[in-house]
Design a protein around this ligand. Structure first.
Ligand code: FE
Length: 342
């Protein structure tokens, strides 16, 4: 083959490649994300380095992203939706903006209870809904379960955010699965009767109220406490120093855990790249960065925890499928409404 012929072949190959790009098979993946952590960008860069697939990130609020996908319909450029809480993932699924995916890699890395059974979404990190108590007024031995928070001994002492919050809807959805509607209704009424104040603010505000003496025990996702512990503000660390963390229901079904998760968009133009992207996010190297950025727990085995989370020790988690309490969100909200949980 002459030098000239080789040059010609290379030119033809080049045209072929260019033709491929023109046919919209450019190596990219469009990620709609409700997560905003700087280290996530490092993760996406690493994915591009490993695969050559460019990540186009569109950030937004959870419910807005789902609404946007719904409005874009068949023309949506979205390949992947990343959001938090199984309740929201369930709503995205119900809105018809996700499609089922089968992947041995995803199914091996993500425990069955942390993914939707048909593959509409997969947990990528998990968060525990823990009890945060005043160290000077509560002995850990007095705490036991979510159920116990309805006991009259906690009258005027319980802090929890509003029923409009998805984390509480998922928690109550899990109680519904464990006890059915009547007992869950009774429980919600008991908790309302024990509240230290009308629900206000987010989980961090409940922890701060414990530290300030407004109440003695708060319900919070674990990462809000971890953020205070690791804050660069002295007043946050002061709050954290006054409280302890307790993992409820260790003697029965385990502590309620929820997920940050993702699914492949219904009309994903780059479906294969979307699956590869999710598979990458459950790899051990990605899991460590993804979970530690948000003080969440990795979903995959054998991945190092953030030191703060590791210091809390191992705990038993409720293995109820996240899709079940996600599905129960609407009924949970009705129960809380009826109980007067604002
Ligand atoms: Fe949160």
């Amino acid at each position: 083959m002459s030098f000239h012929q080789r040059g010609l072949l290379a030119a033809i190959a080049g045209i072929g490649l260019f033709g491929g790009l023109a046919a919209a098979t450019a190596a990219e993946v469009n990620v709609y994300s409700a997560r905003h952590y700087d280290t996530d960008l490092t993760l996406y860069d690493n994915f591009t380095k490993q695969t050559g697939i460019k990540v186009n990130l569109i950030e937004g609020k959870d419910d807005e992203l789902v609404e946007r996908m719904r409005n874009e319909g068949a023309n949506s450029p979205a390949d992947v939706l990343i959001t938090v809480d199984a309740g929201r993932l369930w709503r995205a699924q119900e809105a018809g903006v996700l499609q089922p995916v089968r992947s041995e890699t995803l199914e091996a890395a993500v425990p069955a209870h942390l993914r939707e059974p048909e593959g509409h979404w997969f947990g990528l990190a998990k968060r525990a809904r823990v009890l945060v108590y005043a160290k000077d007024r509560v002995q850990p031995s007095e705490l036991s379960s979510y159920e116990d928070l309805a006991d009259p001994k906690w009258k005027g002492r319980v802090l929890v955010r509003s029923s409009s919050n998805v984390y509480n809807q998922s928690l109550v959805g899990a109680l519904l699965a464990a006890h059915g509607p009547e007992k869950t209704q009774e429980w919600a009424e008991g908790v309302v009767a024990n509240m230290a104040r009308e629900p206000q603010g987010g989980d961090t505000d409940q922890i701060k109220a414990v530290a300030a003496g407004e109440g003695d025990v708060a319900i919070s996702n674990n990462y809000y406490l971890a953020r205070l512990i690791n804050s660069d503000k002295a007043e946050d660390r002061e709050v954290a120093s006054k409280v302890g963390v307790f993992f409820p229901n260790q003697d029965d079904r385990g502590t309620h855990v929820n997920v940050s998760g993702a699914g492949v968009a219904k009309n994903a133009p780059n479906r294969e790249n979307a699956v590869r992207f999710l598979e990458y996010l459950v790899s051990p190297e990605a899991q460590e960065l993804f979970a530690q950025a948000s003080y969440e727990f990795p979903v995959a085995d054998g991945v190092d925890l953030h030191d703060t989370l590791a210091s809390w020790g191992k705990f038993k988690e409720d293995e109820l499928n996240a899709a079940e309490f996600g599905r129960n969100n609407a009924e949970a909200l009705k129960i809380m409404d009826r109980a007067g949980w604002r």
